[in-house]
Design a protein around this ligand. Structure first.
Ligand SMILES: [Zn+2]
Length: 297
């Protein structure tokens, strides 16, 4: 898409997204899909054809500054031009802050596309850089405000999935962006205690604000429940992206009920993977191989 502008898909966030193709089918999917929640709020998904992670990225534009939350799983512009999409969506006189829901590779890989971009700050993926980038100076209960110019965001640390995990609340749209800590999929909690404590704080945080929707960074669940195999490149009838505050509460309640026990637990509309989960991971690899052979993944 270098030099072109991205097609903005007019469908609501609830509608099915481009979700990959069965093995052997011709790949005609665009490398990314852009939807507008309003005139200054964009949700970008990288296609299954360029990365099985198919992460969601968020671009929130204020009068003076914009926040790009995550740069996706693909390094090279020629494979997936996130930079080109942002350039096309962003007015020239607006500064850009590139920061991350957390520091995992599938959310930061595109950072290099923004190196040298005018009026742009790219926050590093490590703990110290992330804390400084958001302006955290205190403990995990701290809520920091980020003013984009007529658009106020509130950011709160929710470590557990990753030490740098944050949630971002956008007052303009009532959206709560929860990264990989809450989404319709496999919620990996290598530190179960920290993750559960973060969810408690996140539920309290959401309860004090008029949250319209909870938006995570992946979809891995089917509409009727159950997950697609890890690594799937074809996800027909996948669950909707937006979740409700009730869903968030159900995720928290399920996480509390799991009580830190290692393994896979159903938590509301998602699955909690507590601890290292090697047996469950092995089962996922077998599922993926079987589905690939059957041509359905
Ligand atoms: Zn991720």
């Amino acid at each position: 898409m270098v030099g072109g502008s991205p097609m903005i898909d007019q469908a609501p966030l609830e509608a099915p997204w481009i979700h990959g193709r069965p093995r052997g089918a011709p790949d005609t999917d665009p490398p990314l899909q852009v939807r507008a929640l309003d005139a200054t709020t964009f949700v970008i998904r990288q296609s299954k054809s360029v990365t099985y992670e198919a992460p969601f990225l968020y671009l929130l534009v204020g009068a003076e500054r914009a926040l790009l939350l995550d740069t996706g799983a693909v390094e090279e512009r020629r494979r997936c031009d996130v930079r080109g999409a942002v350039d096309a969506l962003l007015p020239d006189d607006v500064d850009l802050l590139v920061a991350h829901s957390h520091g995992h590779g599938d959310h930061v890989a595109g950072d290099g596309q923004f190196a040298g971009r005018p009026r742009t700050t790219v926050v590093g993926r490590d703990v110290d850089s992330a804390r400084a980038g958001w302006g955290f100076t205190d403990g995990p209960e701290e809520v920091v405000e980020l003013d984009l110019g007529g658009r106020l965001l509130e950011v709160v640390g929710i470590p557990g999935h990753h030490p740098t995990s944050v949630a971002v609340y956008d007052r303009q749209t009532g959206s709560l962006l929860t990264g990989d800590s809450v989404y319709p999929g496999r919620l990996y909690a290598p530190d179960p205690e920290l993750h559960a404590a973060s969810l408690d704080r996140l539920v309290a945080f959401a309860g004090q604000r008029p949250v319209q929707r909870v938006l995570g960074c992946h979809i891995e669940m089917r509409r009727e429940g159950g997950d697609f195999p890890l690594g799937a490149r074809y996800q027909p009838d996948e669950a909707a992206l937006p979740m409700s505050v009730d869903d968030l509460v159900a995720v928290r309640d399920g996480t509390r009920a799991a009580g830190g026990r290692p393994g896979v637990h159903r938590v509301g509309p998602a699955l909690l993977w507590n601890g290292s989960c090697y047996p469950a991971l092995a089962r996922q690899v077998v599922r993926l191989v079987v589905d690939r052979v059957r041509g359905v993944a």
